[in-house]
Design a protein around this ligand. Structure first.
Ligand SMILES: Nc1nc2c(ncn2[C@@H]2O[C@H](COP(=O)(O)OP(=O)(O)O)[C@@H](O)[C@H]2O)c(=O)[nH]1
Ligand SMILES: Nc1ncnc2c1ncn2[C@@H]1O[C@H](COP(=O)(O)OP(=O)(O)O)[C@@H](O)[C@H]1O
Length: 212
């Protein structure tokens, strides 16, 4: 008998203006969801204090980035805040083939590119801050960027936020625990979608035959 839980992996995208909380939400989700894998992006931006190469990003130089683009090694890529960011293709394809779900912390440009390539497998969530003041406070208290970088990220936030309506789900990150629970609920519901569960038809047929 086929496994009724047999299903296709999905791609869960989290986007937000910088500082709204997507990294915090992503970390908590990964800790509680064993079937969820993080897509670790490449970036040409320098590491922040505390960031670990290979865990938070693969930190690479411009030449290595250009090589990856040229050999079609990135599923999507974009320029954000003067640096290049991209999603390595191979680990995502391997995870999906193994029936795992993949979590992406990418911006609206990346989400749009994935939509063009894999719309059926894509679930997108936009994280909004509860207010502009709170966003400024979070960017400042994170204390990992210079005042100049923070000011530029703040200026860019309004621009980022204008893309909220392109996303399937919107989470307002006021209380972190509640936001984590909301994104976990989205993941649970999307995993149960009929189209992602090709094993169900045979499962039901087998039950019906057993009753005849
Ligand atoms: N398109 C795309 N965007 C990415 C990728 N990796 C990170 N980003 C986005 O780049 C922006 C800046 O990321 P980062 O420098 O880590 O600062 P953060 O906003 O504090 O997370 C965020 O909006 C990320 O979601 C990627 O691989 N592709
Ligand atoms: N709901 C929340 N309430 C208060 N602080 C938060 C909340 N969510 C995140 N933060 C804090 O705000 C800062 C930015 O969060 P982070 O997850 O790094 O955002 P992003 O990845 O979107 O840039 C961090 O210092 C984080 O601890």
């Amino acid at each position: 008998m086929s496994d009724p839980l047999d299903r296709r992996g999905l791609m869960l995208v989290l986007s937000s203006p910088s500082g709204a909380g997507k990294t915090s939400i992503a970390r908590a989700l990964l800790a509680r969801e064993p079937a969820l894998e993080m897509s670790v992006s490449v970036t040409t931006r320098p590491p922040r204090p505390g960031e670990v190469d290979g865990r938070d990003y693969h930190f690479i130089d411009e030449a290595a980035y250009q090589r990856l683009v040229a050999e079609d090694g990135l599923l999507e890529h974009a320029r954000v805040f003067d640096h290049h960011y991209g999603t390595p293709r191979q680990p995502v394809e391997a995870a999906l083939a193994a029936g795992k779900d993949v979590l992406f912390d990418i911006d609206w440009q990346g989400a749009q590119q994935l939509k063009g390539r894999a719309e059926d497998d894509l679930v997108t969530v936009f994280i909004l801050p509860p207010s502009a003041d709170e966003l400024a406070r979070r960017l400042t208290t994170r204390a990992q960027d210079s005042a100049e970088v923070i000011a530029r990220r703040m200026a860019k936030a309004a621009d980022e936020m204008s893309h909220w309506s392109d996303y399937h789900y919107i989470v307002v990150n006021q209380d972190l625990e509640q936001s984590i629970a909301e994104v976990a609920a989205i993941l649970t519901a999307e995993r149960l979608r009929r189209k992602r569960r090709p094993g169900l038809a045979r499962f039901v047929n087998t039950m019906r035959q057993a009753e005849e």
